[in-house]
Design a protein around this ligand. Sequence first.
Ligand code: C2E
Ligand code: CA
Ligand code: CA
Length: 647
Amino acid sequence: MRPIETADRLKLRELLDGGLEQGHIWPAFQPIVSIRTGAIAGFEVLARRGDPQAGDISPAIFIPRLEHHGLIGKLSDALIDKACRAAANWPGSFSLAFNISPLQLTSADFPRHLAELVSATSFPLTRVDLEVTEGSLISDDDLALTILRDIDGLGMRVSIDDFGTGHSSLARLEAFPFQKLKIDARFVHGLGDDAGKRRIAAAVIGLGQSLGMTVVAEGVESDEEAAILQELGCQQGQGWLYSKAVPAEQAKRLLETRGTEVAAEPLDTSPFQRMHQLATLYDQVPIGLCFLDTNHRYVRVNERFARIHGLTPEELEGRTIDEVMHGELLETVVDILNDVKSRDEPITHETILQGRSCMVMHSRVTDIAGEDIGFSVLTIDVTEETRLREALAGSERRLQRELDFVEAIFRSLPGIFYYYDHEMRLKRWNTAHERVAGYSDAELQDADPLVFFVEEERQQISDAMQEVFTLGQSQTEAHLLTKDGKRIPYLFTGVRFEHEGRTGLVGSGQDISESKRVEQALRENAAILEAVIENSSDGLLLVDPDRNRIIQNRRFNEIWNIPPELAAGPHDRSQFDHVTAQVRNRDVFVARVVWLETHPDETSSETIERLDGSLIQRHTAPLYDSDGCYRGRIWSFREIAPVENNT
Ligand code: C2E
Ligand code: CA
Ligand code: CA
């Protein structure tokens, strides 16, 4: 099938030959970069025709003419040869991509021819990509398929170019050995502003990835487009954002500045893949999941979600919410959906569905550019949790009441009560602390116990506390130092407290200032009393109910000639014997005393005659304390002058 040589063709061929020879027609290199890193994965070689008069002429104009006259092969060969030779020594394992015209795919010999052509340049065959457009595959499927398979078999790679503009059938995409898919620039420009383009881009990227192809976006002009493409899982980009097609020298410099990166095995993060992963998840998680579109239609639901409505996923998908829910529930859901549209956070509410308590979470779903595409609904069956929570709340309430009760008792106790942890920091106290010592709760929290004592008692207190931890308990008297500097005598009792591995000290302090005062008064009274007794002109002897001497005065010792050793001696009968030995009617006297000692209430007086004839007036009375309690007996003795007339 040789083209007919016409005058027109002849002229064009001469032009082409001349152009190639003189360098008016030359290969330009446009980098194809990794969107993530910006490193160069390869270059697309684009034909440039720099007409000295007309400047650059777009290949879009001259290529169809060359194709028309069957001269495209000649141009292609020349460009491949020039580009491969130029790039053979550039650093890195970047690839070179060449555009192949549909006509070239009609010659079965083409693959071998190409291989020879490239091999002659010492650029590795394995780094050559051939871009074919969808359109070039329409005519003779079988031959084109054979040719592309041969190319693939020779180690070169084939990319599908301008994807989205032609009519590739999915079957063809599968059948042909494409390793790369180039999304046409028309779906890339303005990706940020056009949801339709985003949907196509997302679908194409997903399609390419699920077929294991590297996806390249053409015509990337802005950072926003690059960001969206990356988010959608597109690995490589080509466009003015990175660089226009440049002459060989410049291309080499680009390699040096950007570095190279061979395309990694495509990581399948496409929406398609995600859908599959999600679909699996959808059916396995113990959570009801649903995706609603903006028209409130169930697009995708899992088994569990459908069951909540008493349906199967197949029955639910495709319906709108108002076909499934009614009345108040429907109103609530519609309100929530309207509400959640203006928020970034999900709205969560609890409701009863099919007799089960469910936590339902509605979120707004947007695409990468922030445009609403629907809602996600997530339901968690919390029936069991709710039951447990309620049961727990019941026992918690009871426990709390108990605690409040104990706390109330604790707080109203008159003494001060406290709990120190093992680091000796005050953790709990009752209100008396505040009332007595004048410290605020904030001041008491974590307070060091020593601040409540004067300097000279601090050692004693710390010893006592130490004792609690070593011996288990301790008691000490010390002065509580109030905030305004008053010192109040207190009796402190502390015990070691252990609970669930924690050790501390619980203790109480009793105000003993009253008993101290009483004790003091008593001591004074006793001293006065003693002085009175001691100096009485009567001989006095006080005995307790057991007949032990409590006190006897000087005059008593004089009257009865008690020697000092006997006066200070033991409480036995020896003093009594010493006294009775001086009495004339001894037996009567002794019997009388014994009778009185066994009759505490009796009061009596008598006159006793001593052996020497002297007379003594004896008087005795029981001793009762202020409570009416028998405390012993007082005996008084007075010497009386003998009544002379009577003798
Ligand atoms: P193509 O294969 O789709 O090449 C990409 C075209 O997009 C190139 O135009 C390139 O310069 C342009 N382009 C690259 N980045 C951007 C960008 O960010 N924004 C815009 N608006 N355009 C960008 P060019 O060089 O005019 O080529 C036009 C078409 O001519 C090519 O489209 C390709 O189909 C064809 N072509 C170019 N060189 C050859 C060749 O050597 N052989 C064959 N058979 N066809 C070629
Ligand atoms: Ca191309
Ligand atoms: Ca293209």
